[in-house]
Ligand binder design. Structure first.
Ligand code: ADP
Ligand code: MG
Length: 287
């Protein structure tokens, strides 16, 4: 897809439950207060990416396909969310029936066909993508230049780091068949494990990727979630809101062309880093 240079396109990848949608929604909300016209595209069969921006679950593209498809029908699944943010949810098939990434491929196809970014005046498109499944559909946002900047979300927990590494390598190998794919950096969404910042920084160093920000674990996130809102909307004065605003500012001021080709990290390398900070602990994971 040919992009206008004034559209910034960012994809956030990571395993399920790591905090992608929370980060994406707060990032979108923060960006909407920075004069950006934001569109958030949820690419996860869980279909709850934009719930905090839209006050609940919204109709997905796959659900909409039952009615056929036209530009007018597609416009009904472009939901208007918090502070003028446009929200799309690709959706997914019923569990056990068909490929989970199919909705993503179709969503992007329609966005391109109906020139959605141009017609809605989008300046910042944010793709919130599940990374658990090694499936071509989930690599779709990085194929053909849909998302120029890719960020990986992890915490300092061993399985989370391992999964980030797997996600990273599978995106790259799939996307390489369609052109180059590089990574802009790591977003650390902390779980509260000891020495978490050091662990993530050291692993990132081995992978050759910068850590963009460490987001603290905070009850404010859950409190806002209970109200069905982002932290930016519900608690704009809280220190957690400032963190998401900092992330937005960092991404906005980053050079989209400054990306990195990561080195894979092995399980034993990850274990060695973690052991260094927790020398008394053993691990149940075998290699
Ligand atoms: P994903 O989109 O990766 O599946 P979610 O964004 O839905 O993950 O987050 C999973 C849970 O983790 C949510 O209930 C959310 O409230 C919580 N969460 C995410 N980030 C934080 C944080 N920084 N502090 C506290 N809770 C968080
Ligand atoms: Mg999610």
């Amino acid at each position: 897809m040919k992009q206008k240079p004034d559209i910034r396109t960012v994809a956030i990848y990571g395993k399920g439950g790591i905090g992608k949608s929370t980060i994406a929604s707060n990032l979108s909300a923060a960006l909407s207060h920075m004069d950006e016209k934001v569109m958030q595209i949820g690419c996860d069969p869980k279909r709850d990416s934009v719930a905090l921006l839209c006050g609940g679950l919204k109709k997905t593209i796959l659900e909409c396909l039952d009615e056929g498809m036209s530009e007018e029908i597609f416009s009904k699944v472009i939901h208007s969310g918090y502070n003028g943010i446009y929200c799309i949810e690709s959706g997914g098939p019923k569990p056990g029936s068909g490929c989970a990434g199919r909705g993503v491929a179709q969503a992007l196809g329609f966005i391109e066909q109906y020139r959605v970014f141009e017609n809605y005046g989008i300046t910042f498109a944010l793709f919130d993508v599940l990374g658990d499944v090694v499936c071509g559909g989930f690599a779709q946002p990085v194929k053909d230049g849909f998302a120029k900047q890719v960020y990986l979300v992890t915490s300092g927990e061993i399985l989370s780091i391992l999964q980030m590494n797997n996600v990273c390598m599978s995106i790259i190998s799939i996307a390489e068949s369609y052109g180059s794919c590089t990574i802009s950096g790591i977003i650390s969404n902390m779980r509260g494990v000891p020495h978490e910042e050091e662990i993530v920084e050291e692993i990132a160093g081995i992978m050759g990727l910068p850590v963009i920000i460490h987001i603290p674990r905070s009850h404010t996130v859950q409190n806002a979630e209970r109200e069905g809102k982002t932290v930016i909307e519900a608690y704009p004065e809280d220190s957690q809101a400032k963190i998401y605003r900092d992330l937005a500012a960092k991404i906005l001021s980053s050079d989209p062309d400054e990306t990195f080709s990561p080195n894979p990290v092995s399980l034993s390398e990850i274990k060695n880093v973690i052991k260094k900070y927790m020398p008394s602990q053993g691990y149940a994971t075998h290699n």
